[in-house]
Design a protein around this ligand. Sequence first.
Ligand code: ADP
Ligand code: MG
Ligand code: ZN
Length: 637
Amino acid sequence: MHDDERHSHNRRRIWYAVGYILFALILIYIFQQFVIGPIATPAKQLDYSEFKTDIAAGLIETAIIGPNQITGTMKSTDPKVTTAVDYKTNVPIGADTTLVPELQAAGVKYSFTGASSPIGSILLYFIPLVLIGVFWYYIYRRSLGGAARGGGIFGVGRSKAVQVTPEQVGVTFKDVGGADEAIAELREIIQFLKTPEQFAKLGGRIPKGVLLVGPPGTGKTLLAKATAGEAEVTFFESSGSEFVEMFVGVGAARVRDLFEQARKVAPAIVFIDELDAIGQRRGAGLVVGGGNDEREQTLNQLLAEIDGFNTDITRPVIIMAATNRPEVLDPALLRAGRFDRQVEVGNPDLIGRVQILKIHSKGIKLAADFDLQRAARITPGFSGADLANAMNEAALLAARRHAHAVTIKDFEAAMERVIAGLERKSRVMNELERTTVAYHESGHALVSQLVPHAEPVAKVSIIPRGRGALGYTLQMPTEDRYLLTEEELIDRVAVMLGGRAAETTIFGTISTGASDDIEKATELVRRMITEFGMSDKLGSVRYAGQQLQYLGGATQDSSQLSPHTREIIDSEVQKIVTEQYERAQVLLRGHRSALENLAGQLLKQETLDGSAVGEALKVEEEAASEKAGAASVREKD
Ligand code: ADP
Ligand code: MG
Ligand code: ZN
């Protein structure tokens, strides 16, 4: 351990030295180019003989005679140059006794100077070197001393947090939709910030840190700010990445500075976004290269600050932080008295989405028939930020068509844009490709209509979009689902394979367009078997491996499974996928004319409403019963 430390210390010293040299060289170059250069344009070097003839020619104007060199100004030999130029020439060995009389005769202004030491010019070069040296040494010292006190030169140790006064915060819980549970938990914090004495009197444990946990865009920052708005306290907004710096000690100094500022204006809320940037588990050893001890110091400083504040109960400071990866945080952060309150913020449910859409359509003129409920229904899985984005995009689309109000159609287009990137209508597909995609998507749509437990189709399209999808079938859940039965999952698998089944039914071959479907179906079936215990053969045993955290990504460790079990899993997956694929094929073969009808319409119109699927089936049924009727009539004859 000790050796290690010394080792890293030495290495750091070497790096500082290398950095110093490089930096100094660059600075000297700059200094020479822009400071010394303009002052001293290089003097013209004359041979002594030239010098003597120039005197005779009357070109030399002044001469300063030193022991080694004569310098001065002379008329330019170039007729275009009218100003005097500098010259220099070397003094001959042994005195040139005729020089002074010649100068005198030519009317040159001359003088003598003592030994011109080179120290003057060296000093000039030295100034930047010394300056950088001092600067570098300062930083080096700080790095050794760890968290040095104070802001330091150039404010490197000053926190970059944005301070928002209570009057400026401008958001309250009214501006947050679909987060009622989180809000309920935050009310206690507000009460504490508003009346800390009363809180203490009642004997409640003083809250210090609140960790908001949830995926990006779910309104964590917004909630923290709204908490400050509700409590009418100052809000300090910072992000964990602001504390991550190259120089050891800077991050820690910034943390200290941030809390110092907060204490000055308390009551206040300090918000740290992306807490994982500084709060990662210490000594994980996964970080490659340096920067480890810097982060550790910053984290230690943060812990010290959390432990240290709220000594003055009347002026409380609450620290709020956000992360979407709570599992990587150092356990020390989550200990009692620190971030012991965790508030989950998830993607909003249907009611939440209606609320959020309502909030974000406040300044937007919606058409009379714009149904927020419907807009919320077609956006499951959207985060608050996605919804805000879609609503804004819808307004832009409406403006582009010079409409007076935003319609649900605008919103749908905006939503699809948010989902899958911009529509790329310009992309050219050849006729065969288009036909294949039309049948493929019709296959998904029809199967989902034909199986009992699938969600209804909202839209089928063969318009190519981003992320490589050539078409898409949008299914619209009627409600948010948290639990799914085996039958529903199986039907999902059949729908996923419906595209490929349609291709084989019609063309007898399969295209590469089905690979994504196959992957998804296989993955779902594998999870059904190994995680949800939905296989008769394997029973309710979890076979999925543990989730391992590996350099940020998660992998499955299935090493504890016996080869035999793995074989069974593979064969079960294969069996179920094949069964569902055949099921989809049978369904589509039985409704071939509906499939052709749908694909034909798609080729013509590119995008169809979900109701077209049901209608295609109805048309087919009617045709069939007519035929049957005709046949029975014929039989009677
Ligand atoms: P996070 O911090 O969780 O990534 P933000 O708070 O930065 O998310 O959200 C970004 C924006 O999305 C907000 O400014 C707001 O406009 C919108 N938004 C997100 N969630 C909500 C919500 N629950 N209610 C209203 N607006 C939201
Ligand atoms: Mg945020
Ligand atoms: Zn598909």
